[in-house]
Design a protein around this ligand. Structure first.
Ligand code: F6R
Length: 268
């Protein structure tokens, strides 16, 4: 796991945007894994800016989102489809028919839908780079604490903490779903690279458990310790409970030299 600590959230987004840009510019058929939530919004803004400046095209990109609420359709402003359209897809040249979310409409079977999503990811050649945020409870996607580390795309009941954390996004009398479809932890671990972004003090404990805690289903993000290419981008507040900060900085300085010569990626 490579941990990089930046002064602020803006620098986290800038570095993440560099990774995405390198993938899209180098790989003729890139497959991006995408996240919603507050954390990646400035990343998407920077990608839109790069696209508008003529530096980045999404023409050949296929994308797979981590999760989607159950029984909410694309026209609902709370759907993650809506979020993605608003924050990224509507502003870049991506082919919208190649943007996928793990949906399960009313009347559909979540088990069949989960299986179908796994097959779609496989058919696209697998995810090259998965963008992740982290919940204050250590969840990735909607894999809540105690999720199986071998899980695949499926229906999941959200925890009270996640519902509380996300309630800020819903109006007082608005329906807030308690069920969602999510890529599983094993699905996420299949990605060639994972790039997890975490900002703010509220993530500090989860970040500590993910990076330095035991591998445990109680902190689903700790499964990234098993990933060959996991990069964790933090601002100072999110990194505040980590003990090995000097080492991470030193290793990052060395990596800058290595990356200058060989690039960020090595296994297309
Ligand atoms: C969103 C997702 C979630 C979020 C996490 C952090 O698609 O999969 O795991 O990444 O809940 O959310 P924010 O960024 O809003 O703090």
């Amino acid at each position: 796991m490579q941990v990089i600590i930046f002064d602020d959230a803006q620098h986290v987004a800038t570095h993440a945007a560099e990774w995405v840009a390198e993938l899209l510019n180098k790989n003729p058929k890139p497959v991006l894994g995408l996240a919603t939530g507050s954390t990646p919004i400035s990343l998407y803004q920077q990608l839109v800016n790069k696209h508008q400046a003529g530096q980045l095209s999404f023409k050949n990109t296929t994308s797979f989102n981590l999760d989607e609420y159950l029984g909410i359709d694309a026209s609902n402003a709370q759907s993650y489809r809506h979020f993605m359209n608003e924050n990224l897809f509507d502003h870049v040249d991506i082919d919208i028919s190649k943007t996928f979310l793990p949906t399960c409409a009313q009347g559909e079977n979540p088990r069949t839908q989960g299986l179908k999503y796994e097959q779609q990811i496989k058919q696209a050649g697998g995810v090259d780079l998965q963008i992740l945020g982290i919940g204050a409870n250590g969840h990735i996607g909607f894999n809540e604490p105690t999720s199986s580390l071998a899980s695949r795309t499926r229906i999941k009941t959200l925890t009270q903490q996640t519902l509380n954390d996300n309630s800020r996004l819903f109006d007082k009398n608005e329906f807030q779903p308690t069920l969602a479809m999510t890529m599983g932890i094993a699905t996420i671990l299949d990605a060639r690279y994972v790039l997890l972004m975490a900002t703010g003090e509220s993530k500090a404990k989860a970040v500590k458990d993910m990076v330095a805690g035991p591998l445990s289903a109680i902190c689903p993000a700790s499964a990234l310790q098993m990933h060959e290419n996991a990069i964790v981008l933090l601002d100072k507040a999110a990194a505040s409970q980590l003990e090995e900060q000097e080492y991470y900085q030193w290793a990052h300085d060395q990596n800058i030299m290595i990356n200058q010569e060989f690039g960020l990626y090595h296994n297309y």
